[in-house]
Design a protein around this ligand. Structure first.
Ligand SMILES: Nc1ncnc2c1ncn2[C@@H]1O[C@H](COP(=O)(O)OP(=O)(O)O)[C@@H](O)[C@H]1O
Ligand SMILES: [Mg+2]
Length: 247
């Protein structure tokens, strides 16, 4: 299965920190699936003997029709689901071995974007974006330091005090990206982030994800939008009935 090309990273993050490229010495593998099968309790085989390696700093598309196993693959990476067989390795840790604090720590290093945004409707854009940092005990000063460049990056600085229902779908999705990246996670997972958006807004979202990738984040995006994938020059893994293949 795909062993995808390594890209050497580059810039500082948009918050000014060094990218994490050197943190794990010479090992540049970010994510690995080794012979992973996922069978849900009702007997559905969502993934079958899946192998995948994603290097640090890569931008990978995962495509496939509805029900093929794309979301399951991402859920395995952040530990929402555990494999039935095989190993899921993120940052050299076997996700199945992580419990409690260690699983929380891994999840802090993963930003997640969903198709349906999952914003808190009673909170402003700024509050939605900073909520997780508050829960993680960041100081007010640090939260303020991060908020502005994050909103700027997604083009929503002027909307900081708006509520989600005052925003377009594209803007709401950009808020959810801001929320996912405000803690500078080195791994960003986006599950059909453009699924509810028109082509212009979809392209904006992809451009933001590409920008984050240029700052050093490893980015994995699922989509069934073939046109969008063709417009970008990134590696593509296809899922069909739970089986992965390189396109
Ligand atoms: N929690 C679950 N319990 C049982 N079956 C599930 C569950 N989640 C997903 N599935 C099934 O697993 C398969 C893959 O689903 P999913 O990973 O969501 O695919 P995709 O994201 O590509 O649409 C589908 O057949 C789906 O119905
Ligand atoms: Mg899905």
């Amino acid at each position: 299965m795909p062993v995808l090309t390594t890209q050497v990273k580059k810039d500082k993050s948009f918050h000014g920190e060094d990218s994490e490229t050197q943190q794990h010495g010479s090992n540049t593998t970010k994510v690995q699936l080794q012979s992973v099968t996922k069978t849900y309790a009702n007997g559905t085989h969502a993934l079958l003997n899946a192998n995948l390696e994603v290097k640090k700093g890569e931008f990978l598309f995962i495509t496939g029709p509805s029900g093929s196993g794309k979301s399951t693959l991402l859920k395995l990476l952040y530990g929402q689901e555990l494999p039935t067989q095989g190993e899921v390795i993120v940052d050299e840790c076997n996700v199945a071995d992580l419990r409690g604090d260690r699983l929380s720590l891994l999840r802090r290093r993963i930003g997640i974007v969903f198709q349906d945004y999952k914003l808190i409707t009673q909170r402003t854009v700024a509050e939605n974006v900073t909520f997780v940092l508050q829960a993680q005990g960041y100081t007010r000063k640090e939260i303020q330091r991060r908020l502005e460049p994050t909103l700027k990056l997604v083009g929503l600085l002027s909307k900081a005090d708006c509520f989600p229902d005052q925003l377009s779908g594209g803007e709401q999705q950009r808020v959810s990206i801001a929320r996912a990246i405000v803690g500078t996670p080195p791994l960003l997972l986006a599950d059909e982030p453009t699924g509810n958006l028109d082509p212009d807004n979809s392209w904006q979202v992809i451009q933001i994800l590409q920008k984050l990738n240029s700052f050093g984040a490893t980015v994995i995006v699922t989509t069934h939008d073939e046109q969008l994938v063709r417009r970008c020059n990134h590696p593509v893994v296809q899922v069909r009935n739970g089986r992965l293949s390189r396109k």
